[in-house]
Design a protein around this ligand. Structure first.
Ligand SMILES: *[C@@H]1O[C@H](CO)[C@@H](O)[C@H](O)[C@H]1NC(C)=O
Ligand SMILES: *[C@@H]1O[C@H](CO)[C@@H](O)[C@H](O)[C@H]1NC(C)=O
Ligand SMILES: *[C@@H]1O[C@H](CO)[C@@H](O)[C@H](O)[C@H]1NC(C)=O
Ligand SMILES: *[C@@H]1O[C@H](CO)[C@@H](O)[C@H](O)[C@H]1NC(C)=O
Ligand SMILES: *[C@@H]1O[C@H](CO)[C@@H](O)[C@H](O)[C@H]1NC(C)=O
Ligand SMILES: *[C@@H]1O[C@H](CO)[C@@H](O)[C@H](O)[C@H]1NC(C)=O
Length: 433
């Protein structure tokens, strides 16, 4: 057993080293070229998962395909609609085999439509919706949120609540053929799990642990209810998909409504956003109890800790992190070499009121995109954070220490005007092919 772990680790290290060498060589070849406008990336398309602001104008929840190719950089080259317009398009993730993209519909349960949707990517320019009638939907949980790609080509997906928006939610598991193989923890063995409303999740496959963070109980966000914000984070044992430890983080600088969690490479440690502008570090290794520590203040000492959420993207080797701070209209590029004490390398400053929410980088970590819409529930609910309804593309320099904007005008895709007759769209999920 130990030996197998060691060889898996050796392979990961070795592959990283090879990939890193190849990447450096390619960068030095392309980096000195004359065409400074060309982003040195192998990424080809950015997928934006967006829904119509006013569905009565005929728009559908759709994937907007933004090209990164020369000559059409920043252009929407196809739009793939679903039959729905009340999903509340949320997060997206491409599978490790690049065969499928999973996209969630946070409020699908309110309309009795499927919340776990998948697109087939054999033609990456025109993803094809997999017939939702042929995909099993979780039965014990709903309010689909964030995906993580599993090593075998499937997905894990956080489900924030029960089918009626109560507690507990679960983590759903799809295999590489999109078969639903579990909802965790097993509802038969664990029918009640107090306050389990998972939003973000990170996994360490080597250490066999997972971190999920509880955000809020979905139905409690509706108008006239008291918002049940959670402050618990959960460490899991993924050998049997059970929760091994529930950590109440409310005492650590008032964690409330932690939204996102990510793994720090394969170190067995994680970052999560506390819902209060702080980014926390939690090492999941070793015996209980595990105690989170503050690793970064995304609000730069501001006494007003209102944050309106923070979505993060970790780089593969664990030395960089992007954190989108909605309330500051920023994406922060952080050096995480010391994961308990992060350092700010650069800031992508958006205009006041823009927001800044889902953020992702390409597989080669040379470019990225940020969507500015978070959630606007209108008269039905309590969350009103619409941002400026844009997707912004950015580049990163060779050492990933700076943002680069090579074609600023083309790097801004305005979803207020992408569809003329159907009115503004709200882009939330992002994935980069
Ligand atoms: C590079 O960008 C500049 C400024 O955006 C533009 O004027 C120029 O035409 C671009 N050159 C190429 C080769 O795309
Ligand atoms: C939505 O569009 C319909 C049809 O044009 C219009 O009557 C209605 O006022 C719009 N609603 C909002 C909230 O803008
Ligand atoms: C995880 O679960 C497996 C299977 O039940 C068990 O053998 C193992 O000891 C557990 N690991 C930890 C760290 O508790
Ligand atoms: C902790 O955060 C919650 C929700 O944001 C807020 O209502 C409460 O006043 C805060 N408590 C302290 C001690 O700051
Ligand atoms: C704290 O910041 C939020 C977000 O900018 C703002 O809406 C709120 O009014 C501020 N609260 C105080 C007491 O200044
Ligand atoms: C980690 O990844 C970044 C971004 O790809 C790269 O610039 C950096 O050199 C890498 N660091 C190591 C130690 O491999």
């Amino acid at each position: 057993m130990k030996q197998r772990h060691a060889s898996v680790l050796a392979c990961i290290l070795c592959c990283c080293a090879l990939a890193h060498g190849a990447l450096t060589a390619r960068r030095s070849l392309l980096g000195s070229g004359k065409n400074k406008n060309k982003t040195d990336t192998s990424a080809t398309y950015v997928y934006a998962w967006a829904g119509p602001k006013n569905a009565s104008l005929g728009g559908k929840d759709s994937i907007f395909v933004i090209s990164l190719a020369d000559g059409e950089y920043g252009k929407i080259v196809s739009v793939v609609p679903t039959p729905y317009s009340t999903l509340e398009p949320h997060h997206c993730r491409i599978s490790s085999t690049r065969k499928y993209m999973g996209c969630s519909g946070l409020f699908a349960a309110f309309s009795g439509i499927p919340g776990a949707l998948f697109f087939e990517l054999s033609d990456p320019r025109t993803p094809k919706l997999v017939d939702p009638a042929k995909v099993d939907q979780p039965k014990h949980s709903a309010f689909a949120d964030e995906f993580v790609a599993t090593e075998d080509g499937g997905f894990l997906l956080t489900m924030m609540g029960t089918p009626t928006g109560g507690s507990p939610g679960r983590v759903a598991h799809y295999d590489k053929d999109l078969k639903l193989i579990g909802e965790y923890p097993d509802p038969v063995k664990f029918p009640q799990v107090e306050g389990l409303n998972p939003h973000g999740l990170g996994v360490s496959w080597v250490h066999k642990t997972m971190l999920t963070v509880d955000f809020f109980e979905p139905a409690s966000s509706m108008a006239g209810r008291t918002l049940k914000l959670r402050s618990t984070v959960r460490l899991w044992n993924i050998s049997d998909w059970t929760i091994s430890e529930t950590i109440d983080a409310s005492m650590i600088k008032n964690v409330s409504g932690p939204m996102d969690a990510v793994a720090i490479a394969e170190t067995g440690a994680y970052f999560f956003g506390g819902g209060n502008g702080y980014v926390y570090y939690l090492d999941g290794k070793g015996p209980k109890p595990h105690v989170p520590v503050v690793a970064w203040d995304g609000l730069d000492g501001n006494p007003n800790r209102t944050s309106f959420g923070c979505i993060m993207h970790p780089f593969r080797n664990g030395t960089r992190l992007l954190a989108a701070m909605f309330v500051r209209d920023q994406v922060q590029l952080l050096d995480t070499t010391n994961p308990q004490k992060l350092k700010l390398l650069d800031t992508l400053q958006l205009p006041k009121g823009a927001g800044g929410h889902a953020v992702r980088v390409s597989r080669d970590e040379k470019m990225g995109a940020v969507a500015t819409y978070y959630l606007e529930q209108g008269a039905r609910g309590q969350l009103h954070h619409e941002g400026d309804l844009t997707i912004r593309l950015f580049g990163l320099n060779d050492r990933a220490t700076k943002f680069i904007l090579r074609q600023p005008a083309k790097s801004l895709i305005d979803f207020k005007t992408v569809a003329k007759k159907q009115g503004p769209f709200r882009p939330h999920g992002i994935a980069i092919y």
